[in-house]
Design a protein around this ligand. Structure first.
Ligand SMILES: Cc1cc2nc3c(=O)[nH]c(=O)nc-3n(C[C@H](O)[C@H](O)[C@H](O)COP(=O)(O)OP(=O)(O)OC[C@H]3O[C@@H](n4cnc5c(N)ncnc54)[C@H](O)[C@@H]3O)c2cc1C
Length: 450
């Protein structure tokens, strides 16, 4: 196939420059013959100063573009096996250790904090990607000619493809799916990151990453790399209390008092840490229904929390967003004319409709399974764990029914993508705009109407 050397670049707009949007810029910025603009409403890269777990899947995906030494350089991985250690809420006795199967150590999950992670990702955004800060996108308009960005400045940019990564409170999701309201989940996460030196006097503090759990409340303590230490406490709060707390805002002395009282009877090391925390930030956790299809009008792709709005579920929300971006990158790469021609020309023509179909097929079944697991775990907590007669029964039941979640944290999006691609290989190899079904296996229902 001859490639027209005058082929126009694929013009991509990314709305939101948080973790998922920035990583999408890193990945899509490596595709040939593209013009990419990121719209970020903040005046500069500002991030929530909180702990973030890097899952196995995060390592797999990020290290495609970011050197693993650099990623490990901002993270903490406990010894010897790096497990999350679950402890008895009062005695601190280890009751469970989370297994990591058979991975080489530089790619085993670890803990870090958002600011260095976001900065590391931004350092890898190629120079051909333009990031427009102070660009608050109010809405987008989709038409056969492209998608128009309606932002609070005069010029209306138009793109061939828009990636929506504007987070859990996504305006664009509300625009297209107005019924998917975000609701308070009944729990508040209190979080803080501070210099590790502040806890050095607590001599018996575990050197691993530990979680203490009791009746649906949990507290995590861990080093986070770069000399920082983190605490996360997730506890039920009535709506009235949550309503007074602001997302990512300090809670002052009220927060410290609240946590001291709440954890008063727990392992004393928890309260020793709470005493010295300089500032406790509040995150009233909210969620909404996940998108069952991540693609709208064959030219808009939702990724990250904009697509699956649940704050911090399984400590893997960012990981899901990175995998979304990877699936999109691979789908576009595969459906560009050059990929098949393999000619040494810079001109590429992309089949957006087919790429978005592959992206959606790669992600949506996995995400639906995660959403189902959230519902199952909520039901187990409500109908089973909460009925335990005493502490011992709760712990016994918890150990039986807790979901391991390894399949989420280690989900291999590249293999999932390859599975989808191979199923549709006839379409891809011919880079079709029309097609015939294969007979067995694929039906017309399965195949995109290109
Ligand atoms: C308590 C808690 C704990 C968590 N722990 C973990 C963890 O351990 N591991 C993990 O992987 N994940 C964790 N998460 C989840 C993780 O923080 C999110 O999944 C992740 O930040 C989602 O990235 P995102 O880019 O989709 O959204 P965000 O990071 O929220 O980024 C959205 C970006 O869009 C911008 N934006 C919004 N609206 C507009 C607009 N109209 N125009 C332009 N720009 C806009 C915002 O300014 C922001 O920069 C946690 C979350 C919470 C709340």
């Amino acid at each position: 196939m001859a490639v027209d050397s005058s082929t126009k670049p694929l013009d991509i707009g990314i709305i939101g420059g948080g973790l998922a949007g920035s990583f999408a810029a890193v990945a899509l910025g490596r595709l040939p013959n593209t013009k990419i603009t990121v719209y970020e409403k903040s005046p500069a890269a500002t991030e929530v100063g909180a702990w973030i777990s890097l899952t196995n899947a995060t390592f797999d995906v990020l290290t495609r573009f970011i050197d693993s030494d650099k990623l490990n350089g901002i993270a903490f991985r406990g010894d010897p096996n790096n497990e999350y250690v679950t402890r008895h809420w009062k005695t601190g006795e280890i009751i469970y250790t989370q297994e990591t199967f058979n991975r080489s150590r530089p790619f085993v999950e670890a803990r870090t904090h958002r600011i260095p992670l976001h900065n590391l990702i931004l350092e890898h955004v190629p120079s051909n990607v333009e990031i427009k800060y102070d660009s608050n996108v109010a809405s987008i308009t989709s038409s056969p000619e492209g998608i128009t960005i309606n932002a609070k400045y005069d010029k209306k940019d138009r793109h061939d493809l828009v990636v929506v990564a504007d987070g859990i409170y996504s305006r664009i999701r509300q625009q297209f799916f107005p019924k998917g309201a975000i609701k308070y989940k009944g729990v508040v996460a209190y979080r803080s990151v501070f210099p590790e030196s502040l806890v050095s006097h607590i001599t018996d503090l575990p050197s691993d990453t530990s979680v203490w759990a009791k009746s649906g409340s949990v507290v995590f303590l861990s080093k986070l790399g770069l000399g920082q230490y983190g605490v996360v406490a997730i506890i039920s709060e009535p709506e009235a209390t949550a309503g007074k707390l602001k997302w990512n805002r300090g809670t002052g002395e009220w927060g410290r008092k609240r946590l001291k009282e709440f954890f008063d009877q727990w392992d004393s090391r928890i309260n020793q840490v709470i005493q010295i925390v300089p500032e406790i930030l509040a995150f009233p956790l909210e969620s909404g229904p996940w998108l069952s299809n991540l693609v709208v009008d064959d030219q808009i792709a939702f990724i990250g929390d904009a697509a699956h709005p649940t704050s911090g579920v399984y400590g893997a929300g960012a990981s899901f967003g990175f995998s979304d971006a990877w699936a999109l990158y691979r789908s576009l790469q595969e459906t560009s004319s050059n990929h098949w021609v393999r000619a040494a020309t810079v001109a590429n023509k992309y089949n957006i409709k087919l790429a978005l179909f592959l992206f959606n097929e790669t992600r949506r079944y996995f995400l639906q399974r995660v959403e189902k697991q959230i519902a199952i775990d909520a039901e187990v907590g409500r109908d089973h764990l909460s009925k335990a007669k005493d502490d011992k029964e709760w712990t016994d039941k918890y150990l039986i029914v807790r979901s391991g979640g390894e399949w989420m944290r280690s989900h291999n999006v590249e293999l999932e993508y390859q599975k989808v691609r191979d199923q549709y290989s006839v379409l891809l190899q011919r880079n079709l705009t029309s097609f015939q079904t294969l007979g067995h296996g694929l039906t017309e229902w399965d195949i995109p109407k290109l």
